[in-house]
Structures are given as C-alpha cells and as structure tokens.
Design a protein around this ligand. Structure first.
Ligand SMILES: Cc1cc2nc3c(=O)[nH]c(=O)nc-3n(C[C@H](O)[C@H](O)[C@H](O)COP(=O)(O)OP(=O)(O)OC[C@H]3O[C@@H](n4cnc5c(N)ncnc54)[C@H](O)[C@@H]3O)c2cc1C
Length: 390
C-alpha cells in the first residue's frame, strides 16, 4: 500500500505510466503534449496486434484531435454509417441512418481494429517509446516523487504515477484495495473476418439472452461480437469449440450471422468475461492516479470504454500541465471525470441487463418499447454520451 504524502508542490516534469493499452498510450501522448515526459511501462513483451474491433464515437475523436493524434484514422477507417437495433429475426427496431453524427457533433463515429488505434498512438508518441516486459509490482511516494518498482528489479522515479493497467489493475489494488472487478453474468465473443460488407447492415441484434453486432471495417473486413450468459469462471476448450459455440448460439438468428461466423478463422475468435466495477471515488491519492479501465471499467453496451480512457487522458494532461501542486491536480482530474464516467458505467450496465432478458413476453415488451422510443429521446440520450467534449 502506498500512503499519500501531505505536501506535493512543484510542477510535474515526468510521469510513470503503467500500461500501454489505449488508455496508457493516450495518456502518454497527452502528457508529452503538455510538456511532461512520459515513462511508459508495459507488462507484455511485445505490442502484438491484440483485440478486435472498436467504435470510436465523436467524443473520442474530439479528444484525439485535441492531442493531435490519429488524424489519419478519421479518413482511413470505416464510418459507422447507417445502423441500428434489430431483433434476432432481423426486424429493424431502431434505425440510425439519420443520426448525422458529423453534422450534430462535429465528428463522425468510426469503426476500426484496436491495433490500428494502437499504431496511431505509438506514432504520435514518438520519439518516446514504451518499455516492454516490465510489470509494476508496487510503488512508494513521498513529498518529492514516486518510485515505481517492477518485477525485473527495475526502479523508476517520476513526479506522478498513472495506473492505466486495465481491469485487473495492480495500481488500483495498491491504491484502493477494493478487490476484483464485478462479473456481469455474460461473456462476449469478438472477431474480425473478411466478408463482403455490401451484404451487411451494420447493427446490433437483440434476441433471447444475447446480442450480436455486425460492423464493417475498411478494406473488406468485418468486425462482429456476440454476448452469451455464462456462469462465472466457465471456460471453453479452445478456438474450435469456441467458434462452434458461437455458431450454435446464433444458429436461429437472421442472416448473414452464421455465414459471418463460419468465415472467421477459429483462432481469431476472442472470448472475454464481461466485467465492470461499481463507481468509486478515491482513484487519485497524492501523486498517483488511475485512468481508463483501471479507474472505471464498464460493460461494452455503449461502446465507450476506450472512448472514456481517451477523454481521461486529455483531462489528466490538462489538469497536470500547468499545476503547481501535483496532488491537487490529480484530485481535480478525478473530480472532473468521476460523475461522467460513473453515469456511463451505470447506463452500460442497465442496457446490459436489458439485453440479457430471456422471457419471450419480456422480450416482446422490450422490443415494442425500443421501437416506439421517439427519435428525439434517442438523440438526447446519445448526445449526452457522444456529444461531450473533454
Ligand atoms: C466485447 C468488448 C467490446 C468493446 N467495444 C468497445 C468499443 O466499441 N468502443 C470503446 O471505446 N471501447 C470498447 N470496449 C472497451 C475497451 O476495449 C476498453 O475499455 C479499453 O481497451 C481499455 O483500455 P485501457 O488502456 O484502460 O486498458 P487495457 O487495454 O486493458 O490496457 C492495460 C494495459 O496494461 C498492461 N498491464 C496490466 N498490468 C500491468 C502491470 N502491472 N505493469 C505493466 N503493465 C500492465 C496490460 O498488459 C495492458 O496492455 C470493448 C470491450 C469489450 C470487452
């Protein structure tokens, strides 16, 4: 456990960033732009292209513009375009054809592979580079700085420590000791495959207990995801069985879901437990703070986990950039981010619960409600999340 010092005056010149996921890389870029040298440490031995697709909404693209990162993504990635919510039989409940995100919010929504975002952030970070194969074990802080200690015996001193180390964050454990994340009761399968996107309506389909999403990427690729209720700790026996489970789960759903899953290499199908955490304050203590999934993991139903990490990075750098007192700046960062991220965590969880309903009667009532939701209400709800500028 690290106790926070009572005096922390003096500008931050160096920041130890733990984790080189989307949150850690964005924080590093934003801090570098604010004149603070980022020292980034990543547990993995390489930054192999992990993950699957991601949607970046206008709020994330505005934040990336602010730190001058990833401009090429806006032109090279697929726009979210028309989409909506459908039933498992393919009936459209809500169409987002007329959302006009760019006109309303000043930026589009794009769909891309996580590795493309990672590459753009690494380019923006140059000449700084993450140190790989370094896993943070613990840290101590005092009036003049933070000492981070890694599993290879390395010790690094900085003015600030940013825990961007994901849902199972070590930094969070050291700061808050509040246990592991909360399992939401279902898993998500995700993959990217080659598929003729012209034959696909970008949409999320909601059926008994599950959701299936289809999102075209650029260059003839398609990102898909599916959710399925599962007991905590259940595992599958490997890629072949995993793909087979997806096929069985969605066999009775509308076309071309089965064809899309069949076109996917079994080894490319990822499986995640869906988790979040009840929002809790206290992520900034003295010279240490949290960012992204380490601070506020959320279920994926609003497609905002990475977007919120990107917003965090911009606000963190803004708070630290000109501050004369590091602890005060980190408290200001947390207080500017807490309520927004807490609302999104809760909303994602509520949508997740709705999406897991299995009773045919309840599903019919849900579908009727979704179908009748006035466009203005849908837009207001969307605007609160994606129309925000960090
Ligand atoms: C099914 C699904 C769909 C999603 N869809 C979307 C979407 O459409 N849009 C969106 O915005 N978000 C989406 N998300 C959420 C998004 O993927 C995450 O919120 C985001 O990637 C979190 O980034 P992060 O940097 O905080 O954490 P991570 O990406 O988990 O990165 C943490 C990094 O820290 C490293 N690390 C861990 N411990 C240590 C340690 N002790 N020392 C050093 N390094 C360490 C890890 O190796 C990792 O590289 C989705 C998530 C899921 C599960």
């Amino acid at each position: 456990m690290s106790s926070a010092p009572s005096v922390t005056s003096g500008r931050a010149r160096t920041a130890v960033v733990v984790g080189a996921g989307i949150g850690g890389l964005c924080a590093a870029v934003a801090l570098a732009r604010a004149g603070i040298e980022p020292l980034v440490f990543e547990r993995s031995r390489d930054l192999a292209p992990l993950g699957a697709g991601l949607t970046l909404w206008p709020n994330a693209l505005h934040a990336l513009r602010r730190i001058e990162a990833g401009a090429e993504l806006e032109t090279q990635s697929a726009a979210l375009g028309a989409g909506g919510i459908r039933t498992s039989r393919g009936k459209t409940l809500v169409s987002t054809a007329d959302l006009e995100l760019e006109r309303r919010f000043g930026a589009p929504a794009i769909v891309l592979h996580r590795s493309e975002l990672q590459r753009a952030l690494l380019d923006a970070l140059a000449p700084f580079r993450p140190t790989l194969g370094a896993s943070l074990d613990r840290f101590e802080q005092d009036e003049t700085g933070v000492t981070a200690r890694f599993d290879d015996g390395r010790e690094v001193r900085g003015d600030v420590l940013v825990g961007a180390d994901g849902v199972d964050s070590t930094v969070r454990r050291l700061l808050l000791a509040d246990g592991g994340p909360r399992y939401a009761g279902y898993i998500a399968w995700r993959a990217v495959t080659r598929f003729d996107a012209g034959r696909v309506i970008a949409a999320e389909s909601w059926g008994p207990g599950s959701v299936f999403g289809l999102l075209p990427l650029s260059d003839g690729r398609l990102y898909w995801f599916g959710t399925c209720p599962a007991r905590s700790g259940e595992r599958d026996e490997g890629p072949e069985q995993r793909r087979q489970e997806v096929l069985e789960r969605f066999a009775a759903w509308h076309e071309p879901i089965s064809e899309v899953v069949e076109s996917t290499a079994a080894a490319d199908v990822l499986r995640h437990d869906v988790v979040d955490r009840p929002p809790r304050r206290g992520w900034s203590q003295g010279r240490a703070t949290l960012l992204g999934d380490a601070a506020h993991p959320m279920t994926p139903h609003l497609g905002q986990g990475a977007c919120q990490a990107i917003e965090d990075a911009v606000v963190l750098a803004r708070c630290l950039g000109a501050a004369e007192d590091v602890a005060q700046a980190l408290r200001a960062y947390e207080s500017r981010r807490f309520e927004r991220t807490a609302r999104i965590v809760e909303r994602s969880r509520r949508i997740g619960r709705l999406a897991q309903w299995r009773s045919p009667l309840a599903i019919r009532a849900r579908d009727a409600l979704v179908e009748r939701l006035p466009a203005r209400v849908q837009l207001d709800q969307l605007a609160e999340v994606v129309g925000f500028r960090a």
